[in-house]
Design a protein around this ligand. Structure first.
Ligand code: HEC
Length: 424
C-alpha cells in the first residue's frame, strides 16, 4: 500500500470508531507483519547480544513487554543509522559474522512498516528462535588478562561517561612466537565498549605505568599504534582465526597492550569493575607470516564544522611484491564516519572493504575469501569524517580544524590490513 494511503487510513480509522460506526472491535492491523513472526527474530539476530541483562545496550529486548514498549525508540534509532552500530558493508566484501553484524535495508524497512502498521503482536507460535552465534577458538594455547580488576571512575569532565585505559600484559613466552587466532574474554560486558590490541617493545612501557589502574590513554596509545597494531574488537564480533599455517609475529621482548574503552551507559554500571583478557592460539613457527600493514593517510586537515570531509590517497605495490589480503581493521577516531579501501588493476576496480564507521564499534573484519593482488596493483583508501556539532561523539565543541595525531581528539585514517607478502 502506498505510504500516503496508509497514513490517511490510520487517521480515518480511529475517527470512524469515535463516531460510533458499527465496528468489529479492534481495527485490522495495516500490516501483515507481526512481532512474533518478524520482529522478535530480527531482534535476536541484530540487537539482543547487547540489549539483554548484562549487555552494554539499554533495556532487555528479550523481554517481549519491554521490547514492545521500546518499539518506537528502536525504529527511531534504526532509521537514524545508529542501531545496530555501523559496520562494514558485506556487499563490498563479505566477512565472518556479517549476517548478524550488518542489518540489511529490507529489515530496516520491515521494522518501520510494522511500527507504522500498529505494531501487531501476532502469536507466540509464529516465533522461530534464532540460534546464538558461537564465538570460540578451536583451541586455546595462551590466555592473558589485566593483572588487577579495574573500576573506571569516569571523572574526565572533558569526555563524560568515557574512559580509555591501556593495560600492559605479559605474554609469558620465552621465545618469539606467532599469534594464529585471538578472542577477547570480556569480564564486564556492560562496561566494555571496544578493545584495541597492540604489541610494543617492553622498553617502551610508560615510566608512570601503574598496573593497578593502567594508563589513561585518551592521549593515544604511546606510539605503538601504527607498527604494533594487532586487532580491534567490539561486541558481537567473532574471534579472529588466521588460515592454517599463518600467524602474526610477536617478539619475546614485546608486551601486549589492551586499550580498553569503558563506557558509562547508565547508573547500573556505577562501581562495576573489569578484568578482561584475551585468549589465543599460537605457534612457534608458521609457513607464512602475516603482517598487519598500516595502510593509511597522514596528511589531511578536516575543517572545523565540516559535516562530511573525505581524504583519499593511493599507493602502488612495488613491481616485485604481490599481496594476499585476509582481512582489515579500519581505525579512525571519534570524527570517523565512513571508510573505503579498493584496488585498481588495469582499469578494473575491486572493492576490498568499505562501510560505515563508529569509534565505539571497532572490528577486525576477516574476509570469507582472501583476495590476491598482483605486483604493481594500485591500492586506494579514503576516510570520511564529521567534524560538526551534528556528530554526537564530538569531543571539541565548538569544533576546530583537525589533522593526524595520536590523541583521541586528533584523527587517524587507517585500514590496518592483514596480508601475506609475496615476492614475484
Ligand atoms: C554492539 C552493541 C549494540 C547492538 C548490537 C545494538 N545496540 Fe542499541 N544500544 C547500544 C548501546 C551501548 C546503547 C546506549 C547508548 C546509546 O544510546 O547510543 C544503545 C541504545 C539503544 C536504544 C536507546 C534506548 C532509548 O530509549 O533511546 C535503542 C532504542 C536501541 N539501542 C535499539 C537497538 C536496536 C533496535 C538494535 C538492533 C537492530 C540495537 N539497538 C543493537 C548497543 C547496541
Amino acid at each position: 500500500m502506498p505510504l500516503s494511503r496508509l497514513s490517511s487510513l490510520l487517521l480515518v480509522l480511529p475517527a470512524l470508531l469515535l463516531l460510533g460506526c458499527p465496528s468489529e472491535g479492534e481495527p485490522e492491523p495495516a500490516t501483515d507483519l507481526s512481532y512474533y513472526a518478524d520482529i522478535k527474530p530480527m531482534l535476536d539476530t541484530h540487537c539482543t547480544r547487547c540489549h539483554q541483562p548484562g549487555g552494554q545496550g539499554v533495556g532487555d529486548f528479550t523481554d517481549d513487554v519491554e521490547a514492545m514498549a521500546l518499539a518506537d525508540r528502536m525504529r527511531a534509532r534504526v532509521d537514524a543509522g545508529e542501531m545496530p552500530p555501523p559496520v562494514a558493508d558485506p556487499s563490498c566484501r563479505d566477512y565472518e559474522g556479517s549476517e548478524h553484524l550488518s542489518m540489511p535495508d529490507h529489515k530496516r524497512a520491515m521494522l518501520a512498516e510494522w511500527v507504522d502498521g500498529g505494531k501487531p503482536m501476532g502469536e507466540l507460535a509464529e516465533y522461530t528462535p534464532v540460534g546464538e552465534v558461537i564465538a570460540q577458538l578451536d583451541r586455546v594455547d595462551m590466555t592473558i588478562g589485566l593483572e588487577y580488576a579495574y573500576t573506571p571512575t569516569f571523572t574526565d569532565a572533558s569526555n563524560p561517561g568515557n574512559e580509555y585505559r591501556c593495560f600492559v600484559v605479559e605474554h609469558g613466552q620465552t621465545e618469539d612466537f606467532f599469534l594464529t587466532g585471538m578472542n577477547p574474554l570480556i569480564d564486564s560486558e556492560p562496561l566494555v565498549h571496544h578493545i584495541v590490541l597492540f604489541k610494543m617493545p617492553r622498553e617502551e612501557i610508560w615510566d608512570d605505568y601503574d598496573p593497578a589502574v593502567g594508563k589513561d590513554c585518551i592521549d593515544g596509545t604511546g606510539g605503538a599504534d601504527v607498527d604494533g597494531m594487532i586487532a580491534g574488537w567490539a561486541p558481537g564480533a567473532l574471534p579472529v582465526a588466521l588460515p592454517e599455517g599463518m600467524g602474526l609475529r610477536v617478539n619475546e621482548d614485546d608486551v601486549l597492550v589492551m586499550q580498553m574503552h569503558y563506557f558509562q551507559a547508565g547508573p547500573e554500571v556505577a562501581g562495576l569493575s573489569d578484568q578482561s583478557g584475551y585468549e589465543f592460539t599460537i605457534a612457534d613457527s608458521v609457513d607464512t607470516p602475516i603482517r598487519m600493514l598500516p595502510a593509511g593517510i597522514f596528511d589531511f586537515n578536516i575543517p572545523a564544522g565540516a559535516e562530511s570531509h573525505t581524504a583519499t590517497d593511493s599507493i602502488s605495490l612495488p613491481e616485485d611484491i604481490g599481496l594476499t589480503v585476509y582481512g582489515t581493521f579500519p581505525h579512525m577516531h571519534v570524527l570517523g564516519t565512513q571508510y573505503r579501501v579498493w584496488a585498481d588493476q588495469d582499469g578494473v576496480e575491486t572493492c576490498i572493504s568499505e562501510g560505515d564507521y563508529d569509534f565505539d564499534n571497532q572490528i577486525t573484519y576477516m574476509f570469507k575469501e582472501p583476495l590476491d593482488f598482483p605486483a604493481g596493483s594500485d591500492l586506494n583508501i579514503s576516510c570520511t569524517w564529521n567534524n560538526s556539532t551534528s556528530n554526537p561523539d564530538l569531543l571539541v565543541d565548538p569544533p576546530v580544524d583537525t589533522g593526524y595525531g595520536e590523541r583521541t581528539d586528533e584523527e587517524m585514517c587507517f585500514a590496518f590490513t592483514l596480508a601475506a607478502i609475496r615476492f614475484e
